[in-house]
Design a protein around this ligand. Structure first.
Ligand SMILES: Cc1cc2nc3c(=O)[nH]c(=O)nc-3n(C[C@H](O)[C@H](O)[C@H](O)COP(=O)(O)OP(=O)(O)OC[C@H]3O[C@@H](n4cnc5c(N)ncnc54)[C@H](O)[C@@H]3O)c2cc1C
Length: 388
């Protein structure tokens, strides 16, 4: 997609390009470079927290400037970053946290000093999240919650310092009405983290058990029993972040290059009409999804929650990522099957298969695709369920 860039936008684009080029990782202590990169980005005027509103130190960019940043960072080497504190919890604290909570937690999130994890899903509560059972009971003096229960699929719980957690504080009324939003440290008595190894052979998710975990009442965000409202806003930010449009644009370009290196008769795989058609279909879908992302960036730049379009982005963005992974495996042919052993054949084949297996989860986490379709049908298209 080409957007008409004004002279100011073009000058911003070269400023971003120069910054990314000058400060790219070369060699030496990666961690030192990483933290220094964020410092330098901060000195540019909030480039370390592009999506935060100006009031909280963000750069106050226009949607076009966000678009430029996304595109340029996708083709550059930038330091790794986790979304849990920065893109998920931070907007909740900005909208619903007390001044004391904002002062306490936001600076450490910005400085990348504290790793957060997300304690939403439970063995009986995934798509039907409001069914969650982890219980938080107030002590008689009203100063603490005592938390008991189990969370599942908790990404990076094994390296997290803190967790933001949905807990049940009331059993009366509608399921959604008795949920609270708590923050507490992971390294404390009563928390046990057990690894879950996924299809691609990686350890990124965990089962987390809480036994009589003591949480000060001032670590509750917002009102008691109102956590569902805050949790839903967070999910919209999470879904927008999962679409990965800029990354897909880069991945699709590298898929084309890979396919050009695969011989077919007198030509290459990229010359085959059937393969070209699949690539072209992906390009068209990617372009359409990019326009939706721009709409969502415009909302975020104004400090608003992204809204139900975030479900379109999550749905289409993750499906596109899976289709690219699938075509990469197809391009690798028989060599893709050797992914667990020594690399054989095309250099991309091994990573292609492990990427493909990991990508199966993209249409599950952050809310399964079927659930996103429900949200789009109801809140974007205004379709009512039959019989209602
Ligand atoms: C790799 C990975 C990382 C994750 N990280 C985290 C994390 O850090 N923190 C966290 O809290 N959670 C995390 N999750 C959990 C994730 O959010 C849930 O897996 C997801 O919400 C689906 O819930 P479930 O697994 O319980 O499946 P279920 O809800 O049991 O769904 C099973 C199947 O039923 C279908 N289904 C369910 N409801 C409907 C419906 N209404 N209409 C049509 N079909 C339906 C679903 O599409 C799905 O295919 C992670 C999951 C994965 C796989």
């Amino acid at each position: 997609m080409d957007i008409e860039l004004s002279p100011e936008d073009l000058s911003f684009q070269s400023e971003v390009r120069n910054f990314l080029k000058e400060n790219a990782y070369k060699q030496g202590d990666y961690n030192k470079w990483r933290l220094n990169w964020f410092k330098l980005a901060r000195a540019k005027g909030g480039w370390d927290i592009p999506k935060w509103p100006e009031k909280f130190g963000g750069p106050g960019w226009s949607p076009t400037q966000h678009y430029i940043w996304e595109k340029q960072t996708a083709v550059s080497v930038t330091p790794w970053d986790l979304p849990f504190g920065l893109s998920m919890l931070a907007p909740v604290l900005m909208n619903y946290g007390s001044q004391e909570q904002q002062d306490r937690f936001l600076p450490a999130i910005r400085d990348r000093k504290v790793n957060w994890c997300q304690g939403y899903s439970e063995p009986g509560a995934g798509s039907d999240l409001a069914n969650l059972k982890t219980k938080a009971q107030l002590t008689p003096d009203g100063k603490h919650y005592i938390v008991n229960g189990t969370k599942i699929w908790t990404t990076l719980a094994h390296i997290a310092d803190w967790i933001f957690c949905l807990v049940r504080t009331s059993d009366t009324g509608k399921k959604q009405e008795g949920i609270s939003f708590l923050l507490f440290p992971m390294k404390q008595t009563g928390i046990e983290v057990k690894p879950i190894i996924t299809l691609g052979g990686a350890h990124s998710v965990n089962m987390v058990h809480f036994t009589d975990v003591k949480v000060p009442v001032e670590n509750r965000v917002g009102e008691a029993d109102q956590g569902w409202t805050y949790a839903k806003g967070l999910l919209q930010h999470e879904r927008t972040g999962l679409a990965g449009i800029s990354r897909s644009l880069v991945a699709l370009e590298s898929l084309k290059e890979q396919a050009k290196g695969v011989k077919r008769g007198n030509g290459t795989l990229m010359d085959e009409p059937a393969f070209r058609t699949k690539v072209a279909e992906l390009e068209v879908d990617l372009m359409a999804t990019e326009f939706t992302e721009l709409r969502s960036l415009a909302a975020a730049a104004g400090g608003h929650n992204p809204g139900p379009e975030s479900s379109i982005l999550k749905l289409k963005g993750t499906e596109i990522q899976q289709r690219i992974q699938k075509l990469t495996v197809e391009a690798g042919g028989i060599y893709s099957a050797a992914w667990g052993a020594k690399p054989v054949g095309h250099s991309f084949a091994r990573a292609g298969m492990s990427g493909y297996l990991s990508s199966r989860a993209y249409t599950i986490y952050g809310g399964a695709s079927e659930v996103q379709k429900d949200v789009v049908a109801k809140n974007v298209l205004g379709i009512k369920k039959s019989g209602k």
